[in-house]
Design a protein around this ligand. Structure first.
Ligand code: AHN
Ligand code: ZN
Length: 332
């Protein structure tokens, strides 16, 4: 209620500003998009969902922590009223290792034909190959940000959808597996991008339902790191510019303009690439970009042993979660 009131005041300010210059038509459009809509995303809840995943240990492929966390994710989405499908497959990694992959698809209101795809990967990278200390290069990554954060935001959205029960559009939460087994920096193998996003490649070729369609998709990747900002990712602009516009407009309406600059970031090989290339679902990636970070443009903890809960900021989770809720509840 309070948020809506503040946004109305802001909107009123914009109308009066625009009336004093020229056309009021534009002001009407802006007013519409400036109203905060939908339930309030609870950052503490999302933070706990992130922590809970980390408590299993690094969820690397073919590990016990991975399988236990997968069962937990399935249970949580079921608890929040979603229908859940586990899409299991043995996928071949760049070095021939067979990965026991499990894409977890949780559907809110599966009976509705108008649907939106939300997705994130849930596996952890088995090697901290971007760590400044080379003795860590073969140690697993905890993936508080790179893995757990996107799933945590999706779980909190599922919880809010059940609580408010007012969204008349279906939502599919697709938790991709085997995203982060891409060729490590210490390997001599040539990286053409194909070794990443194996679970998403499989799902895009074999959707959980024959002829699966969605209006559009949003991928969440590294959405909880301290100091993160979300620039418009280059491949998303190429494949799904209208979806990028929708998201960045929603971020402004939700009050997170400063964390979602209207500027381009990098070009990222991520789960949205196979989704855009192999399905008809235009999908944009909300992914952290640190233009001034020496260690990585994905941030100082990316693929290091420091990707842990100490470097998760609940305000970042909140900004992304509230923005996605704003997108969902702005659909007609
Ligand atoms: C590459 O580094 C090629 N892509 C980044 C995709 C990624 C890895 N997202 C999370 N971990
Ligand atoms: Zn990663």
């Amino acid at each position: 209620m309070k948020r809506i009131y503040i946004m109305s005041l802001l909107a009123a300010g914009i109308i009066s500003m625009c009336c004093s210059c020229k056309s009021t038509k534009k002001a009407d459009n802006d007013t519409e998009t400036m109203v905060a809509v939908g339930p309030e995303f609870n950052a503490d809840s999302a933070y706990l969902f992130c922590e809970k995943q980390c408590d299993f240990g690094p969820r690397t492929m073919n590990s016990d922590a991975h399988d236990k966390c997968g069962a937990w994710i399935v249970d949580k989405f079921k608890q929040y009223g979603c229908s859940v499908i586990e899409q299991k497959a043995d996928l071949k990694a760049y070095d021939g290792t067979m990965l026991k992959s499990n894409n977890i698809i949780a559907s809110y209101k599966p009976e509705l034909t108008t649907r939106i795809l939300l997705c994130a990967h849930w596996d952890c990278r088995p090697w901290a190959d971007n760590d400044p200390d080379s003795t860590n290069w073969r140690k697993p990554v905890m993936g508080a940000n790179d893995g757990a954060s996107g799933i945590a935001v999706m779980l909190e959205i599922a919880r809010q959808l059940q609580k408010s029960d007012s969204l008349n559009i279906g939502v599919d939460f697709v938790c991709f597996d085997a995203e982060d087994w891409g060729i490590p920096q210490w390997s001599d193998a040539e990286d053409n991008g194909d070794s990443w996003a194996l679970g998403a490649q499989y799902w895009a070729e074999n959707p959980h339902k024959a002829g699966y369609e969605a209006r559009f998709g949003i991928l969440l990747d590294m959405v909880g790191g301290t100091g993160a900002r979300f620039y418009q990712e280059g491949m998303s602009k190429q494949y799904a510019q209208p979806i990028v516009n929708k998201i960045w407009t929603a971020a402004r309406a939700a009050g997170y303009e400063s964390l979602f600059p209207n500027e381009q970031g990098g070009y990222v090989t991520d789960d949205h690439i196979p989704v855009n290339q192999k399905t008809k679902i235009p999908t944009a990636d909300i992914i952290a970009f640190y233009p001034n970070c020496q260690q990585s443009s994905f941030g100082p903890t990316w693929h290091t042993v420091n990707d842990t809960m100490e470097n998760i900021d609940r305000n970042i989770l909140k900004a992304v979660g509230q923005t996605v809720i704003q997108v969902l509840f702005s659909e007609k």
